[in-house]
Design a protein. Structure first.
Length: 599
């Protein structure tokens, strides 16, 4: 695997990053998560007329013919889909992932922050910074893969392995000794008597409810995942999973207390509102993330349990990656993957080493199931491969090979499939769209520094771990970097990779895409020093794309809203949810777990 590229962009324009690896910021919210691994980029079909490749480092291309460099999808000397190679400049001549055009430079990441939490009302010094974190490179043995585990009945977290799936208990939710406080101030930081709706002005949204975080160790703790159903809003936090009624925030069921801390979750829920969480099998430094628990989001009932077994040498369950596609749960570990029926825990199939020493290192679910493999990691034919798998059988639907040096890092959208990839040696990145058969539809050719918020990933790629991206069948929506003041959202045509339109944030703060709903793009505008955030709707069709406010947050929650530095966002049934993904464990500060707005 390649070493992490520098994540500070050159001054004066987009382009390749500098040569030093990123340093985590100090004094931010929570403990830093693991740095994300860089993605790789696929090739796109050539345009009708040759034109300079996107991503030229600072210097514009000169007229005239150019020699054609090789790239991740091309043969050396083959003409590139977007024309000539980049001009020489301060960052050399990176070739694009399709082998013929340069990619943009790596934008710097947004870090969740170092241990500790800023005081109330403090501004996040890292907001508005690009969050395409391309963290420390990992050897082939650290890449995410699947797992082989034995489904167990009533496992106590000690690694018991039995071949038969069974319920973990009688199906009733269990009570927690320390449930998340329903808002009356008994969590970390003492009392919080503030009524955020007391001075609400006309036209401002209502704080439907807010929840304090559970006690967490001083070193911090993860709070991954947020799931919204028609009835409940559910969150994992440290050793608990909590559920609240969406309208008033009352506990929907007793808090589920787990024996050890939560270490992985399925970002997706099933059609019947089920999820699976993984928790550690102990508290020592040698503990593994290998205990699985299925949960019903609407009732809090605990279903089957499972234990993830270690595989061959270097194929470890120290960390695992979970995803759901249809009725298939994919459990990935460092070099393999195992699929299970998410409803019963029954094993369906396995994804192991194949071909040219190809080890499955990452999986992503949702609308489709994809696998990323690292092949011949220490040989001359080193490369990544992307595959779509049939979730029911594991059959490979198609394979797309990436050229040497390109790493698949993120999936900005699963349907359509949009992949962000990087090349450390060429200081280049690429965003490309794949057709249903795995061939390349287009690649983004917009001269811009994009800045979705992507979490860390060092022991795994976390392919779907980015906030601030949205897509429909024909358009990708990405936020630009805001160095000062307002940023923009750019709509990119997935058929051509070209810009359709862009719209500026209505205030001097960043605006992030959240979802596409009813022919409109829903976006979140972040709070400023003296104004709360808002949720806006942007028309997709036509020539006018002026944002219209759906919810204007009340001024009373500016500091509270701004305190969610490492966060999940959701818009569902005209309600807006913000939750933290990291607990700082600071007893001197009132930490919030989740906040819901509505009318």
């Amino acid at each position: 695997m390649t070493q992490p590229p520098n994540q500070q962009p050159p001054q004066g324009g987009f382009g390749a990053p500098q040569d030093q690896p990123p340093q985590p910021p100090q004094g931010g919210f929570g403990a830093p998560q693991t740095p994300p691994q860089p993605p790789q980029g696929p090739p796109a079909p050539p345009p009708q007329a040759p034109q300079p490749g996107y991503g030229y480092p600072q210097q514009p291309p000169q007229p005239g013919p150019y020699a054609q460099p090789s790239g991740p999808y091309g043969t050396p000397g083959a003409p590139g889909p977007y024309g000539a190679p980049p001009q020489s400049g301060p960052y050399g001549q990176p070739a694009g992932p399709y082998g013929q055009q340069p990619g943009y430079g790596f934008p710097p990441p947004q870090f969740p922050g170092a241990p500790g939490t800023p005081g109330p009302g403090s501004r996040n010094p890292f907001k508005g910074k690009p969050a395409l974190a391309v963290g420390a490179a990992v050897a082939a043995l650290l890449v995410i893969g699947g797992t082989v585990f034995a489904v167990t009945s009533g496992d106590d977290g000690g690694g018991k392995k039995e071949p038969v799936a069974g319920p973990s208990d009688d199906g009733k939710p269990s009570a927690s000794d320390s449930p998340v406080n329903p808002g009356d101030g008994e969590g970390d930081g003492g009392e919080d008597p503030e009524d955020f709706n007391a001075d609400r002005k006309s036209g401002e949204a209502k704080v439907l409810w807010y929840k304090e975080a559970p006690d967490a160790p001083a070193s911090g703790a993860d709070a991954p995942g947020m799931w919204i159903t028609s009835k409940t809003a559910v969150k994992a936090a440290y050793k608990e999973v909590v559920g609240y009624t969406v309208g008033d925030g009352k506990p929907a069921w007793d808090t589920i207390a787990l024996p050890q801390k939560v270490c992985a979750v399925t970002p997706q829920k099933t059609a019947t509102d089920k999820i699976v969480v993984a928790y550690m099998n102990g508290s020592s430094d040698r503990a593994k993330c290998n205990q699985l628990q299925q949960i019903d989001l609407n009732t809090g009932a605990k279903g089957w349990t499972g234990t993830v077994a270690d595989g061959a040498l270097f194929d470890s369950a120290i960390t695992v990656e979970l995803s759901v596609t249809g009725n298939t749960l994919m459990v990935g570990r460092s070099q393999s993957g195992t699929a299970y029926d998410v409803n019963t825990g029954k094993q369906l199939w396995e994804k192991k080493k194949y071909g040219d020493a190809c080890f499955p290192t990452a999986f992503a679910g949702g609308a489709k199931l994809i696998s990323v493999a690292s092949c011949d990691a220490t040989g001359a034919n080193e490369h990544d491969e992307l595959q779509e798998l049939d979730p029911a059988t594991g059959k490979v639907k198609w394979t797309q090979k990436f050229d040497k040096g390109w790493t698949v890092a993120r999936a900005y959208s699963m349907d359509p499939l949009v992949i962000y990839s990087t090349n450390k040696d060429k200081n280049a990145w690429n965003i490309s769209t794949l057709k249903p058969d795995g061939t390349f539809r287009s690649q983004v050719g917009v001269d811009e520094d994009f800045a979705p918020e992507c979490g860390w990933a060092i022991l795994q790629r976390n392919l779907t771990g980015c906030e601030g991206t949205a897509a429909d069948a024909n358009t990708l929506y990405l936020p630009t970097e805001a160095t000062t003041g307002a940023n923009e959202i750019v709509a990119i045509d997935l058929a051509t990779g070209k810009e359709k339109w862009r719209v500026k944030s209505p205030v001097d703060e960043s605006m992030l895409p959240v979802s596409v709903e009813g022919g409109n793009l829903v976006a979140y505008v972040e709070p400023s020093y003296d104004a709360a955030g808002r949720v806006v709707s942007i028309p997709i069709a036509g020539s006018t794309h002026t944002p219209t406010t759906l919810l204007q947050m009340p001024e009373s929650t500016i500091d509270l809203e701004d305190s969610f530095f490492s966060r999940d966002l959701a818009w569902a049934d005209s309600r807006f949810y913000i939750s933290t993904t990291r607990l700082a464990g600071n007893d001197d500060t009132k930490e919030k777990l989740m906040l819901a707005y509505g009318k």
